[in-house]
Structures are given as C-alpha cells and as structure tokens.
Design a protein. Structure first.
Length: 201
C-alpha cells in the first residue's frame, strides 16, 4: 500500500488501519529540508485523503468511505490533526510545556454495525473532516485493544516530529531515525555540555 505522507519521511507504516492515523499525522510539514504540509490546500488535502483511503481499504479489506472535503473542512482536519498529535504526546508522557497545550476533548459520530457473520464493525459517520477524523479515532481506539497505539509516536526532535511506529522490543524508541535526529540531538547536547564545562573553568 502507498501511504504517501509517511513514505516521504522514509518510514515504515504502522500495522493495519493504524497506518491511516500515522499517515494523517505525517501530512504535517516536517523533516530537513522541510516537506510541505499536505493539508495546506483543498486540492492537496483531497489528493492525500483519496490515496490514504485507498491504502486503508487495502490493509483492512473493507470498502473505503466516500469522504468529500470542502474548503471549510480542510481547517477542521488540520485542527483535528493537531489535537490528535497532542494526544499522542500526552500518552507518551511528554510534558505540555515541551509540546504545547493539551489536546481539546472531541466527540465524533460513529456507528456500530453487525454483519451477516455476527462480527461487529465500527464505521465513521458525519461528513467532511468529521468523517475522516471519525475513521482515525476508530483506528486509534482499536489499536488500544491490540496494545499497538502506544507504539505510534512523534519524533522527539522538535524540528522533525515525524510520526513513526516504534518496533523496538521494549518500545523505547524516541527518534524517527536515530542516525538523523538522534545523532543531531546528541551532538547538540554534547556541545551544550562542553560550553557549560568551559564556562565553569
């Protein structure tokens, strides 16, 4: 499947439908050099969502909902993306002072459907950005029960913030790429310690 927002940062997608949540977060402008915000324009947001829904359908084997975005929807989707990102930071134990204010509480429409085989499915409801956000929350909610949501993280490098799926055995990853963001942070810390040591002499 092609998760365009996540792929541009060279990241592997999260398993199953959680990849939709990751891809939404990765529509942000991030990286070095900075990639553009895929939700900056109506056309860009529609293009991203169309591809993301196709990929979601491919990994979940369920028909993708038809979601139409208007110009007004794009700002709502950006606001939801911000709140969702803040929620993941809080879940990871990052302080609000490091990441900004806590996410606002949000309620979105969802329906439960019983199929002919006796399986229960959660389906997004609403229109526009609310329907897309409902789908993302459904996938995040289901990931809580498989204990995979806690592995979806944002890179600790505040200049990056790419959303990555931590595949480390003990779920200890903090950088989307330890060689890129981890080394840069370690070098900055080393220089800061060296300056502090020099100032004390």
């Amino acid at each position: 499947m092609s998760w365009t927002a996540t792929a541009r940062y060279g990241l592997e997608p999260a398993p199953g439908g959680l990849a939709f949540v990751q891809d939404l977060l990765n529509t942000r402008s991030a990286g070095k050099p900075r990639e553009p915000d895929l939700l900056e324009t109506v056309e860009g947001a529609r293009a991203w969502l169309d591809q993301a829904l196709k990929s979601w359908s491919g990994v979940t084997h369920r028909p993708a909902p038809g979601i139409e975005l208007t110009a007004e929807d794009v700002q709502g989707l950006r606001d939801f993306r911000h709140d969702l990102g803040q929620s993941l930071h809080a879940q990871a134990g990052d302080s609000a002072t490091e990441r900004g204010p806590a996410a606002s509480l949000m309620t979105l429409p969802t329906a439960l459907r019983l199929d002919e085989h006796g399986a229960i499915h959660a389906e997004p409801r609403g229109t526009g950005w609310r329907q897309a956000a409902s789908l993302a929350l459904i996938e995040a909610y289901q990931a809580q029960f498989t204990d995979t949501l806690r592995r979806l993280k944002s890179c600790r490098n505040t200049r990056c913030l790419s959303a990555f799926y931590d595949r480390s055995r003990n779920n200890s990853g903090v950088w989307h790429d330890v060689h890129v963001c981890g080394n840069a942070a370690n070098l900055r810390n080393y220089r800061a310690r060296k300056r502090a040591g020099t100032d004390q002499v």
